[in-house]
Design a protein around this ligand. Sequence first.
Ligand SMILES: [Zn+2]
Length: 367
Amino acid sequence: MFSEINTRKLLPGLACLMLVTGCSNNNDSNNDGANANKTADDFLVDLAHPTKGIGARVAGTESERKAEAYLLAEIKSLGYTPSAQAFTYHESDTEFNSSNVFFEKAGTSPDKILVLGAHYDTTGEDHGSTGATDNGTGVAALLEVAKRVKDKTLPYTLRFVFFGAEEVGLYGSYNYVENLPVEDLGKIVGMVNYDTVAGGDYLYVHSADSVKPYDCNGDKSSYAAGDTVRKGMFDASIALDGDNDFLIHPSGGYQAGETGGWSDHVAFSCRGIPIAYVEATNFDIVGKDGKDGYSQTVNPQFWNCFDEATIGACDKDVEEKWGRIWHTGSDRIDAMESAFPGRVSSQMELAVKATVEFVSFADYYLP
Ligand SMILES: [Zn+2]
């Protein structure tokens, strides 16, 4: 969740590509803590727990590099071959280093690629956030998807990408797309973005804004806002048993089911690729700027004063908390578990199950 897109010109950094085979040459993967039996809950602890795991993973810092090394080790442990794509970006004349981590699961149609992406950096450390929901949940759930499809025969090739430096300006996803070979770009039939797939009151799937194309660094000529991937993911969630399907949010701050340019899906939409964006929040709430999905919960402890009648603040002028979880001191595993016992785990599981169903039968779910 990045909140300042369109306010600043993005500066694509120098990208270099290097193949990395993991942190250790030792075959005993337990040496680096990685093992193939972990669950999404375990991955989340490794990433976001302040003492048992890495904790905050701020872009351009040593903690983000720790998370990169962690991802390389876990991906290798799951039986895949990860690559790292280092890049630089600039903020206020200072150069920072970051990196994307990616790997592929080959499908029977090599000419059709689905990208599954999640950013692994965090923000709000100064407020106490360790990036549990934003976006520890997205990264943990995507690792779990990779684990579950490892031995499946899939119709389309999956490209898993963990983006660095999302919170400071979507640098990782823009660098990734801008450095893709043209022939690869032409094979990508869709992108699924996992950003905060647990924590908020409801789990939604969105498509890109069809009314106001994103800024696209000034070049909107290839912009795509199709809803095919969103529909595919939605249908996949319905095909599963249970009544916890993805929701399509009602119109309000955006057209129904569509979302703003605040995350890594933007770089793909700007290259003509239809996207689906899985996000836990609450679009019924009248937040600080209206029904824009930026208020994630009606739980009163996340408000100075919540008014049930208007589904918003008792007094807009004095409200400071606005039902927000991401980027706050509540975005920690312990705080989430105390406010919403079991929610984070069950929402990650729903996202994982629907995504595994979608990619297993992508030729059925996509037109
Ligand atoms: Zn995020």
